[in-house]
Ligand binder design. Sequence first.
Ligand code: 2P0
Length: 326
Amino acid sequence: MSKTVTVKAHTNIALVKYWGKKDPKLMLPQNGSISLTLDHFYTETSVTFDPHATADQVSFNQKVIAPQKAQRIIKFLDLIRERSGETARAIVKTSNHVPTSAGLASSASGFAALAAAGSRAAGLELSLTDLSRLARRGSGSATRSIFGGFVEWHAGSDDASSYAEPIQDPVDWDIQMIAVVLQASKKPISSTAGMQRVVTTSPYYPAWVETANADLVAMRQAIAAHDLAAVGELAETNAMRMHALNLSAKPAFNYFTADTLTAIKAVQDLRANGINCYYTLDAGPNVKIICASSDTGTIKTALQRYFAASQLIVAQPGPGISITET
Ligand code: 2P0
């Protein structure tokens, strides 16, 4: 009887962003990145290699996905088969625990869970570092979701040297994020294609790599010092520089909506009124507010002038992957 391995992996939000590959095949990034894993949003994936199955079968939130839409997952299963010698096709069941259509469903938690469940189901016993390397091959941000708390992904120069490690877990001080969940218009361009366009067409790209590397040094210090203002300021500046790359690409693109700008302005106004809060944004319209839990009430009240309470989701630092075998 084949074993089924189920893994829960949480999503992460980068404070120093990954936005560009230097090796698209090995998924080596142009610069290192630092993130915070969140408790509230996670993916649960189970994998069974079934000798009787004639094709890989992937279901998402209990609905089977057509093979042509599951190509990225099937390719990743091929990588696991290649490494393990497993020859059977896989039954993959995955569910995302994020509010419906929150637009926060990330490939980060998805590929972290798939890497850990798939490799174990195929008989590999990988260390967390090796799981991080394997998850990287599925999606860059998944490299970091193997671990909890604050996590750094070292860019590296080859497969062996490009992996993540926790830099603070558990997080023993008061820092959290409030996700402002906004209605997404159709995504203008995928992360993978967007970052590639930026690398090849933005004249500002070398300056991004240089400042991101400086941000990594400063962010490590800010986290070690439990300095919310320093973490927030660095994250906010880094995020806007990433989005400035998108505006400087040819053709230009951006992920903002009018609501994104409203949320940013609300955070700026709160800060002008003495509330210690900062924003960051990924490849989508949602704004994540970095703040202390003691300010949650004030921030939510201010944001509710523009948004429904249900659009404001509070997330605490979360754990690394957990694995169960049946
Ligand atoms: C990050 N993002 O560091 C950055 C910031 C979004 C903005 O990693 O091509 O899905 O699969 O490696 O990881 C989103 O891109 O892209 C991402 P691929 P991924 O979290």
